[in-house]
Design a protein around this ligand. Structure first.
Ligand code: GP9
Ligand code: MN
Length: 626
């Protein structure tokens, strides 16, 4: 038997294939990864492979056979353990592990007594490949060999591994553009680059931010504090406490820009309900979103902290472990029950982790809603059922409450079921823009039903209702179609003006008013706290009360563009708002450095996790390192 010439397979290959197949089986059996098409299934299948080839391939550089065998066995065990750790964590948290989560031991407190139910003896099956490997090594059947590769073979081996990595990344990027720079969701990352690469990526993000944090010692805060104090203004005194004790309902209107408001398409109103509603509300028509790659999550970050989001990546992912002095925490101190309602996967944008850091008491996510195929479209649950089921949750909340509701239907690619189309599509070369009007119209209808439901349940009169657009919905890719709709060319000036999103503040008992003040999402925190009668002067925040008589007409966008009363500065050109043409530089020059200074200070706060040195109560800076 022994002298039969069977091809002998290298131990490296056996270990790789065993763990590869096991990982794929575990994906299918132990995680709930949503696969939408064959390509996604294929990516899922190949995604563990490149990493495994590399990690086991390291053994090919080891001289001694004993070391090689030992290395392969230990590596197989460690990786199996990591995979199993994710399985156990997923059973309870419905999420993948991240390093900050491993360090946030408080998370595990939730596990407590149920640990026994999460792990069971049959889980040893998760180590079956390592066991097979150990048996192979022990009994040394003739089908495999542990010999080192020749130099040429080793090269070929790594060439294949590298090629596979790029192949995988290329497919993933095509399936999910900007996967790594935007880092949306752990499930999407695992689905596209695999669990093991995902952990390496996570470790990279973690070490980068820990290094920056470690170098900070609080001394940077003095300058920042000076800057914030120098620009601090007196909030509106008459409105201080105008909504004291009321519930605060903040609605993030997905992808809603200002241009459809009070506007028509094919002669039909796009937002008939909102056009009415703003007559009874404060409506800010010169309000800008200040988000970047973190999109919705960036707008949430700004709302809570009055800090700018980062220029790349999503701060919800990169700095979820920081200490923040959020609006939510202020409201907790005032006895509010604070929550977020969003019928999506809770780990999307790392929300479950970040909401803990921001102090939210409860996150009503996907699992708190009744979601069916009939009440879903596009990204998930439709806005109308979402709103209606949310009111049921509100009825149960302790009062007063603050809740942030995040809508979903008006999201790219803007698909709707036939029965939800109230108006026709626009007619241009961009299907995206054409459908956008329809989904905005649907959202308008959903908001209408929501307000009615609030009235019926008696919550309306006791609540301040705030609505804002989270970020743009129509990107520059659709400039030609936009030009057709607007009847003018979308140049950098018009593009910047299109970054306006509606801000609507409805206070029971107050009359409506259109406000022309120029502001941005950064102003939400100070404005809302003032209305609720909470003094936020002395906080490290970059916005100011929009109702203040001293409010400065200035909105700074995250890319360094800014808007003043009469000018728009973008891409290095100072435009006159009236003529819409370039103007003399002297009108914008005074704000250029100021804009950069403000953005840099805000970044410093985040990178250095500086708020941990700041005592909000008395404005003192402590210089001790933690
Ligand atoms: C997902 C929703 C959309 O939960 O908030 O995110 P976006 O892509 O708009 O940032
Ligand atoms: Mn969004």
């Amino acid at each position: 038997m022994n002298n039969m010439k069977l091809p002998r397979i290298s131990l490296v290959i056996i270990a790789t294939v065993l763990l590869w197949l096991k990982t794929y089986i575990v994906y299918q059996t132990s995680f709930d990864i949503k696969i939408e098409n064959v390509m996604q299934q294929f990516i899922l299948f190949i995604n563990p492979l490149s990493f495994l080839l590399f990690i086991f391939g390291i053994s090919l550089f080891m001289k001694k056979e004993k070391s090689r065998v030992r290395y392969i066995l230990i590596t197989s065990f460690i990786l199996s353990f990591v995979l199993y750790g994710n399985v156990a964590f997923y059973r309870f948290f419905d999420d993948f592990l991240t390093l900050p989560v491993l360090m946030q031991t408080s998370n595990f407190a939730d596990l407590g007594t149920s640990a026994g139910e999460i792990v069971s003896w049959s889980d040893s099956l998760y180590f079956i490949d390592t066991i097979i490997l150990a048996l192979l090594i022990k009994f040394k059947p003739s089908v495999f060999e542990v010999n080192a590769f020749s130099r040429v073979n080793r090269r070929a081996y790594f060439f294949v591994a590298i090629a596979l990595t790029f192949f995988n990344l290329g497919l993933a990027e095509a399936e999910r553009p900007q996967l790594l720079t935007r880092t949306f969701d752990r499930e999407i990352l695992v689905k596209n680059i695999g669990t093991y690469n995902y952990h390496i990526y996570d470790a990279f993000l973690q070490s980068k931010s820990s290094a920056q944090r470690a170098l900070a010692d609080g001394s940077e805060l003095a300058d920042i504090d000076n800057y914030v104090r120098a620009n601090e203004i007196e909030p509106n005194k008459e409105l201080f406490g105008a909504a004291k004790g009321k519930n605060l309902i903040v609605i993030s209107l997905e992808s809603l820009q200002s241009f459809p408001i009070n506007n028509t398409m094919n002669g039909e109103e796009v937002t008939p309900f909102l056009n009415d509603f703003i007559k009874d509300s404060y409506y800010f028509e010169n309000f800008y979103h200040q988000t970047q790659q973190g999109k919705t999550s960036d707008s949430e970050f700004i709302l809570d902290n009055s800090l700018y989001p980062l220029n790349r990546g999503a701060v919800f992912f990169t700095h979820a472990g920081n200490e923040y002095q959020s609006m939510t925490e202020r409201l907790n101190e005032e006895g509010y029950f604070t929550s977020v309602m969003h019928a999506n996967n809770k780990s999307f944008w790392n929300r479950d982790i970040m909401y803990d850091s921001l102090g939210y008491k409860k996150f009503y996510s996907m699992t708190d809603y009744e979601i069916t195929d009939e009440n879903s479209v596009n990204w998930g649950m439709k806005d109308t059922p979402f709103f209606l089921q949310s009111v049921d949750h509100m009825k149960e909340m302790e009062k007063p409450f603050f809740t942030k509701m995040i809508t979903l239907t008006n999201h790219y690619p803007f698909y709707l079921d036939e029965e939800d189309k109230y108006i026709d599509e626009f007619d241009s070369n961009s299907g995206t823009l054409n459908r956008y009007f329809q989904t905005v119209r649907y959202m308008d209808e959903a908001v209408k039903e929501f307000i009615q439901e609030l009235k019926d349940s008696g919550l309306y009169e006791d609540s301040v209702i705030v609505m804002y657009g989270d970020h743009y919905g129509i990107s520059e890719n659709h400039n030609a179609a936009m030009s057709q709709y607007l009847g003018k060319e979308v140049d950098p000036f018009v593009h910047t003006q299109l970054q306006r999103v509606p801000l609507i503040i409805h206070i029971p008992g107050q009359e409506g008013k259109t406000m022309t003040e120029i502001g941005g999402q950064i102003d939400l925190r100070p404005t809302l706290l003032n209305l609720l009668g909470i003094d936020s002067k002395g906080d490290i925040q970059f916005g100011s009360d929009l109702f203040s008589k001293e409010h400065e007409d200035l909105a700074i966008l995250r890319d360094g563009s800014f808007i003043t009363k009469d000018h728009v500065y973008t891409e290095g050109v100072c435009y006159n708002k009236e003529t819409e043409q370039p103007d003399e530089d002297k009108f914008c020059d005074p704000y250029i450095d100021r804009t950069q200074e403000e953005l840099n200070y805000s970044d410093e706060v985040i990178y250095g996790d500086l708020l941990r040195f700041y005592e909000q109560k008395n404005g003192k800076i402590s210089l001790e390192k933690e």
